[in-house]
Design a protein around this ligand. Structure first.
Ligand code: ATP
Ligand code: MG
Length: 190
């Protein structure tokens, strides 16, 4: 079996901006800067024989390149504890368009449809423990955080190998978006 997900990694300068946020919370595991990404679609464990079908379906996705801006910090979780802290993405219809294209390609490749609403974000921490009392303060302090805009010219099929000390992501395939060869300011804003 191979564990797969489709995502947009962050350019290095944006990684640096985001990793500057990563301190001041206890009982959390900070994501390594080179692992920051926006998940477009979590596929999960599939038989290795499914890989070619998934790759073929993704390689025919046609969607325009676009720009993204990161904005604000928030968390997922409930009263039993915080599951993750993340950086938000500014309104970006082109990102949702790409996600929809990826979704229908995967369904065509036989992947069961996604049932959860798409909430794009960049995860900073994961934890199964009870949250840190300072989380509210952390979120408030970083509420005005912004990074970008940065160009998104491709998307990536990653494999994820789970280990005790965190997951190891490997880019398996990269798919270009349309118009990516245009000069950067010409990339559409939405
Ligand atoms: P760990 O599970 O060890 O904390 P991880 O979450 O980084 O590590 P994966 O579970 O392989 O590694 O997840 C890869 C990406 O897919 C991450 O961005 C994760 O948030 C996202 N993801 C994982 N499970 C789901 C799911 N059920 N629905 C949506 N996204 C998911
Ligand atoms: Mg996980």
């Amino acid at each position: 079996m191979i564990r797969l997900f489709v995502a947009i990694p962050l350019p290095e300068e944006i990684q640096d901006r985001v990793s500057a946020l990563c301190s001041g919370l206890a009982n959390v595991r900070w994501v390594d800067a080179e692992n920051f990404h926006i998940t477009l679609r979590f596929i999960g464990e599939v038989d290795e024989s499914r890989f070619e079908d998934i790759d073929m379906a993704l390689s025919v996705v046609r969607a325009p390149a676009f720009r993204l801006k990161l904005s604000g910090v928030d968390s997922f979780g409930n009263n039993n504890g915080v599951r993750s802290v993340w950086v938000g993405i500014e309104r970006a219809p082109a990102l949702f368009h790409l996600r929809d294209k990826v979704e229908s390609a995967l369904v065509r490749a036989g992947v069961p449809p996604e049932t959860q609403k798409f909430k794009p974000h960049v995860t900073l921490t994961r934890s199964r423990q009870r949250g840190d009392a300072r989380l509210g303060e952390f979120i408030a302090r970083n509420s005005l955080f912004q990074a970008g805009p940065f160009p998104v010219t491709e998307f990536t099929l990653f494999s994820s190998f789970l280990t005790q000390s965190g997951s190891i992501y490997t880019p398996e395939r990269v798919y270009p978006l349309e118009g990516a060869e245009q000069p950067y300011p010409a990339l559409q804003d939405e």
